[in-house]
Design a protein around this ligand. Structure first.
Ligand code: IPE
Ligand code: IPE
Ligand code: MG
Length: 242
């Protein structure tokens, strides 16, 4: 374990935009898919490490609602990687000594290949004890799509007379998001040099601290995560107050 702040200065929820796989591969004269394979290894390392250092929730952006614009061959390769990981996760899901975390999926997982969406359902576990880290995988996720999803549920309730429009609050919307019941991300990390959120946790990131790095995701290490957390711990979060 590296150099980390005391527990009260640690973020509870970290969001990570796993970006730069394609450029990593290109720099080495490899196909983009090879970058995704390396990126998937880093995902495993970083999710294990988040549990080791006691992070409550970590959300990885794996595939956005906009990523369907990519070539079919790249999408197929990504889906294959997700499947491999989920099959592995399915096997170890009850072995909590082995990996003390539970998986959750954020996004429209009904609109991905059937086999994958079934695996998403079977690998999601409802265990929650204080030592368990929640590892969210944002898969076919879009922040705007998520808000639309919540608003549709609310509209149904209003239509059925279960809810009055005047009773709608921020919590009503939050409770309809895929992250319902989880704290908002304290810290959002984006490697690869891009300075944007690309539709990640749009509602939840209202007061998140952002941390950017030029490192490409396949080169991202636990030391980089330590650096981001140390930087976060020094920030003054005011939430609009003085
Ligand atoms: C992130 O890496 C992985 C996904 C979006 C699935 P990219 O594939 O976006 O890599 P770059 O940004 O092209 O380097
Ligand atoms: C964001 O990365 C999505 C994921 C990492 C899954 P992109 O590579 O798709 O983002 P843009 O297109 O550069 O904004
Ligand atoms: Mg990218």
């Amino acid at each position: 374990m590296g150099n980390l702040p005391p527990k009260e200065f640690m973020p509870k929820h970290i969001g990570i935009i796993m970006d730069g796989n394609g450029r990593w591969a290109k720099e080495r004269g490899l196909e983009r898919t090879k970058g995704h394979i390396e990126g998937a290894k880093v995902f495993r390392t970083i999710s294990d490490y988040c549990h080791e250092i006691g992070i409550e929730v970590v959300t990885f952006y794996a595939f956005s609602t906009e990523n369907w614009k990519r070539p079919a061959s790249e999408i197929t390769a990504l889906m294959k990687l997700f499947k491999e990981y989920l099959l592995e996760a399915d096997e170890i899901k009850f072995d909590r000594q082995n990996r003390g975390y539970v998986l959750r999926f954020l996004g429209d997982t009904k609109a991905i290949p059937k086999e994958l969406s079934k695996l998403c359902d079977s690998t999601q576990l409802d265990i929650k004890d204080p030592d368990t880290t929640i590892v969210n995988i944002a898969l076919n996720y879009g922040g705007r799509q998520e808000i639309v999803h919540s608003v549709k549920e609310i509209a149904e309730k209003v239509k059925n007379g279960e809810l009055k429009p005047s009773d709608i609050t921020e919590d009503t919307i939050s409770n309809g998001l895929y992250t319902a019941g989880m704290p908002d991300p304290d810290l959002i990390i984006r490697p690869s040099g891009e300075l944007r959120l690309s539709n990640f946790l749009t509602w939840q990131s209202a007061y998140s601290e952002l941390w950017f790095s030029d490192v490409l995701w396949p080169d991202f290490t636990t030391e980089d995560l330590d650096k981001a957390i140390m930087d976060y711990a020094k920030r003054n979060r005011r939430f609009g107050a003085v």
